[in-house]
Write a protein that binds this ligand. Sequence first.
Ligand code: ADP
Ligand code: MG
Length: 279
Amino acid sequence: MEKLIDIRGVRHTFRTRTGPLPVLDGLEVAVDEGGFTAVVGPSGCGKSTLTRLIAGLLIPDEGEVRVHGERITGPRANVGMAFQNPVLLEWRTILRNVLLPLEIVPTKLPKRDQEARARRLLSLVGLEGFEDRRPSELSGGMRQRASLCRALIHQPEVLILDEPFGALDAFTREDLWQTMHEVKRNEPFTGVLITHDLREAIFLADRVVVLSGRPARTQYVLDVPDTGPRDLDHLYTPEATEMLNILRHQIEIAEGRAAEEPATAHPAPPPGAAARGMH
Ligand code: ADP
Ligand code: MG
């Protein structure tokens, strides 16, 4: 399968008022076309910085970032982004918020189809009937759903989700996970999900990348086996428990709470899971 996103040997140091701050050192992330990769790692290690690399908002000191084989040299319009804080515009209706990227990014979609597409996306995420509401009239979960539609409206090459469900309560979050699966079935995308939630990572993604503490390198990659449509019960299977244990252990290493052991000392990966350390 073609690598849609290919990040190799990336190093980057921010120059701050208090001196140089190395944030990335040995970042390797490959996402297949149609793939969904979750990125986990300690707070402040460089996860959001990674999303800025993919969007072309940051050019690294060293290494390469390629999308569709093309080296990124500047900001890219064909990226959809959603964040923990949905930042919807209060003076626009939900429908008009979803349509916003089409006013900024050139589109081949005729005007009349744009609105139909926005309405279809809103209905896909369960917001049918809320098209004419204002953001403040919606719950946090609903605003996040609308923000997801906005990120997808221009059929972006890459969908970047930076902790989009982080501020939601557990039930709302799990509802949104299910919605994400629904969206992926109907609106195939290639995605990168930054998250702190390991269950979220294995429930939504087909690959989980663990970053080390700052400066971040790719410490570990776990391929989540494709076992068909996932429901929440999947999170309680022995295979899922094993994957969560592996990831939890890797996070402990990343946070310096556990010593890095030889790859052979890790618990055996679940059947069919290709787990590999990147040391
Ligand atoms: P996180 O993994 O929590 O998303 P970030 O990628 O946001 O981490 O940030 C990584 C580190 O780089 C943090 O210490 C942050 O303060 C610092 N940082 C991020 N952006 C900049 C910038 N533009 N200039 C200086 N330092 C930055
Ligand atoms: Mg961040």
